[in-house]
Design a protein around this ligand. Structure first.
Ligand SMILES: [Zn+2]
Length: 548
């Protein structure tokens, strides 16, 4: 063979290789494009999202952790996922440690000097009124930044006025009119800067400096606990908190002790009624109120459940990609945007993959958490049980390829934040690339292992790749989040469907890649944030308000 012939053969071979490589790439892109088309087609023709939402909200809502409603919703989800042909569908118990609680009915009226109905919600884990109670309203305004001594001196000045009374706590909040409402969708400019491929990893936030406390000053939780004890000891009929929000919005959380024996019946009254009663009292008038509240406790609620369902993998089936949201809700409405819709979207994403008949290499597992609103409890229990943590790993820790979480209302997915090195964001950005036309901008990474926000941070904290889906806010932070307005009507079906399509495709991509998402190398793993100061024994558990 001449030199020339050898060179010709080599050139031909190179051309052939380049050609076949291009063909393989084109085939991959085509396969991906046709897969994405199949996902979108299945969603547009057979979406189950609004049906799932209807069951979680109208039929079973609200779904407070430990309540029979939550349990019934979880059981329905199990039945539903089984009927879709998903694998290994089951509940996983974890110890909540508090009884379940439900408000069955509540009515309240101002009976003098005018007659009118009141708009309020009952604080969770508080007792009912045991029939109709009526009494005069009084307002107590606690000293600010009080020490134990200052608080008890104040209590002495009002002690003999409490018995049988409807006690308003503090002056009404002045809620200014919102002149410029925040935008309902993330603007293109904002989106570009948030998910810029060149954006630096988010630095772990430096904790805000704790405001200087005067010597002996009680924490708000301690003040609250002592106030509850004072009202109980002195026979108050009902404790009335101000909702402090505009347009009749009410957020009712919980008695932090979770113990109905430790507090009097407690309600959160809409700011408009609270203000009216306060102004009437300010006129020196005698204001009479009447309430009838029926609550029930359920000891079996001390054990709560996460719901798990899978699409089993093939050659890498012992490796897992997860997706999920929390099924529990607060109780003032039916918990539609927080977070029935998130659960409906994540169940749908898995249903889509099952329905189009793909066989992922890794197992894809959906989780519907409980205990999120009380402090991400269900997801933390799950991560601890299955994966352990970077500092104390279990075997499954090394087989885990990412957890997608959605928990910011009805708005469509616009981008993702992943805990891990910068390569993780590149991989996710590539997975999301085909969905630019649906408004998805991309992904960034974070190094923050702090717990808070929502359930993906339970994974981040353990050093695992939690992936938070960023969404258009729509009315979440202004109207529906944790409020009495969080109902089925506030969900935008088209947005939820787009989220399900995008998440199904992204999850599938991670389930098919040769390698798991890269993790921080041992030397680069960010340290756990320093824990906040240990609460004083007997003080309330951490406020749940950080949970989305
Ligand atoms: Zn939430």
């Amino acid at each position: 063979m001449t030199k020339q012939t050898k060179a010709n053969i080599a050139t031909l071979l190179l051309v052939f290789l380049l050609f076949t490589n291009t063909l393989v790439l084109m085939a991959q892109t085509q396969t991906e494009a046709s897969l994405n088309e199949k996902i979108a087609k299945e969603e547009s023709e057979n979406s189950q999202i609004m049906r799932t939402l209807h069951f979680f909200t109208d039929v079973y809502g609200p779904r407070l952790t430990g309540s029979p409603n939550h349990k019934a919703a979880a059981d329905w989800a199990i039945k539903q996922m089984k009927s879709w042909g998903l694998d290994n569908v089951h509940p996983e118990a974890w110890n909540f440690g508090h009884p379940g609680w439900v408000n069955e009915r509540a009515s309240g009226f101002i009976t003098s000097p005018v007659q009118n109905s009141l708009v309020f919600e009952v604080l969770a884990w508080t007792p009912g009124t045991n029939g109709t109670v009526s009494g005069g309203a009084i307002q107590v305004v606690l000293p600010e930044r009080a020490t134990a001594d200052e608080l008890s001196s104040y209590f002495e000045t009002v002690r003999d006025k409490i018995k049988g009374k409807m006690v308003l706590i503090g002056k009404p909040a002045v809620v200014p009119v919102t002149i410029v409402p925040p935008p309902k969708r993330i603007s293109d400019d904002d989106l570009r800067s948030r998910f810029n491929p060149d954006s630096k990893p988010t630095p772990s936030p430096t904790p805000a400096p704790t405001p200087a406390r005067k010597p002996g000053q009680l924490t708000p939780a301690q003040v609250n606990e002592q106030l509850d004890k004072f009202l109980l000891d002195n026979g108050a009929a009902v404790r009335i908190n101000d909702a402090g929000r505009e347009h009749g919005q009410i957020r009712a959380f919980n008695n932090r002790s979770f113990d109905v024996e430790k507090v009097v019946p407690t309600i959160v009254l809409r700011n408009e009624d609270y203000g009216r009663i306060s102004r009437l009292l300010g006129d020196g008038l005698n204001v009479e109120l009447e309430f009838n509240i029926k609550n029930r406790s359920f000891p079996e609620g001390a054990t709560s459940y996460n719901v798990i369902g899978e699409l089993q993998g093939t050659d890498k089936k012992d490796e897992v990609i997860m997706l999920g949201g929390h099924l529990d809700s607060w109780h003032a409405a039916t918990g539609a945007t927080d977070n029935a819709i998130g659960c409906a979207v994540m169940m749908e994403a898995l249903r889509l993959l099952k329905a189009i008949g793909v066989r992922p290499r890794r197992t894809i597992r959906v989780a519907l958490w409980s205990g999120e609103e009380e402090g991400l409890l269900g997801s933390q229990a799950y991560v601890k049980e299955h994966f352990g943590s970077f500092e104390n790993p279990k075997p499954e820790f090394f087989k885990f390829g990412g957890y997608f979480n959605i928990d910011s209302g009805t708005g469509r997915a616009r981008g993702m934040t992943v805990f891990g090195p910068a390569e993780d964001a590149i991989i996710l950005r590539e997975a999301l690339g085909p969905f630019a036309s649906l408004g998805v901008a991309g992904a960034i990474n974070t190094r923050n292992r702090g717990l808070g926000g929502s359930d993906h941070t339970s994974f981040n904290q353990a050093g695992l790749p939690g992936i938070g889906v960023q969404q258009d806010p729509i009315e979440y932070f202004t109207h529906t989040w944790h409020t009495n307005l969080d109902t089925y009507e506030r969900v935008i079906e088209d947005d939820a469907e787009k989220s399900a399509i995008v998440i199904a495709a992204a999850v599938y991509k991670l389930a098919m890649k040769e390698e798991l998402l890269p993790r921080f190398k041992t030397a680069e793993m960010p340290p756990l944030p320093t824990p906040s100061p240990t609460p004083t024994p007997g003080s309330a558990p951490p406020a749940p308000k950080t949970a989305m």
